[in-house]
Design a protein around this ligand. Structure first.
Ligand code: ZN
Ligand code: ZN
Length: 253
């Protein structure tokens, strides 16, 4: 299967060199992945080394090695992100919202603030920015679609209502949503997005991709088999990878 969301640099935990790239590609091969996608955070741009990834990938003929990045989407940053996308022939670009009006909401130090706010408002503010990310036309993929649940705070009203406009925009723009398995290792302890959203995503004909959000080689591909089984049980027939910003279908049959 695929893992289209791994962080070679982690959070500045290592550099991009032959050895670190190999560690990720070895683990992907060991786990039997067909495709792996590097998606480091754009704030480490200067430490990325895309040509070196391409070069090392030549030693792995049975593994499709894709290159993208995970952009921090802020509405005022669209020009900045557009400029980054133009710097390299990327295979995919993930747009992610980890910030609401300058508030980096997904870091552990901020958990208490989630409980001080009205939950529906929190979700509305979050999905409003996700909708703008989807509308921007910059991305192939929206990262961890319901990240706002990271600390287990749930909305009072129906999640399908709160996410409706974001889902509509994702569908209109042909964007792909990932099953991001990393949520299981956060306080919320479940994949992104939650199962009810997954069913709605399928109902609307939006394509899925898969990602572990691994920040180190050891967890590349973590729970991807389980996520694949889950999609299969829901009746999803294929998932999507990317080359040159074009979708590539992988059958789940
Ligand atoms: Zn992220
Ligand atoms: Zn990530």
């Amino acid at each position: 299967m695929l893992d289209l969301h791994v962080h070679l640099l982690g959070h500045e935990d290592r550099e991009a060199n032959r050895e670190t790239i190999r560690a990720f590609l070895d683990e992907a091969s060991k786990r039997g992945l067909k495709e792996i996608g590097f998606a480091d955070h754009d704030y480490y741009w200067d430490q990325m080394n895309f040509p070196l990834i391409r070069e090392v990938a030549k030693d792995y003929p049975n593994l499709a090695v894709r290159i993208g990045f995970e952009a921090e989407y802020r509405p005022k940053d669209e020009e900045r992100i557009k400029h980054l996308i133009e710097q390299f022939p990327f295979d995919f670009v993930i747009g992610s919202v980890h910030e609401i009006n300058g508030w980096a909401f997904d870091i552990p130090e901020e958990e208490h603030k989630h409980r001080q706010k009205e939950a529906d408002e929190l979700y509305r503010d979050y999905f409003d920015i996700v909708t703008r990310a989807a509308r921007s036309g910059l991305f192939t993929t929206i990262g961890h679609f319901d990240l706002i649940k990271v600390f287990g705070v749930r909305p009072m009203s129906d999640i399908l209502g709160l996410a409706d406009e974001a889902l509509t925009t994702v569908a209109e723009h042909g964007l792909v949503l990932e099953v991001n398995t990393n949520g299981r290792y956060k306080p919320v302890r479940e994949f992104y997005p939650e199962q009810r959203l997954m069913q709605e995503i399928q109902r609307r004909g939006i394509n899925f991709t898969l990602g572990s959000d691994a920040h180190c080689a050891e967890v590349v591909g973590r729970d991807i088999d389980e996520a694949t089984q889950l999609l299969r049980r829901m009746g999803v027939r294929s998932v999507v990878g990317f080359a040159n910003l074009d979708k590539i279908n992988y059958s789940l049959d």
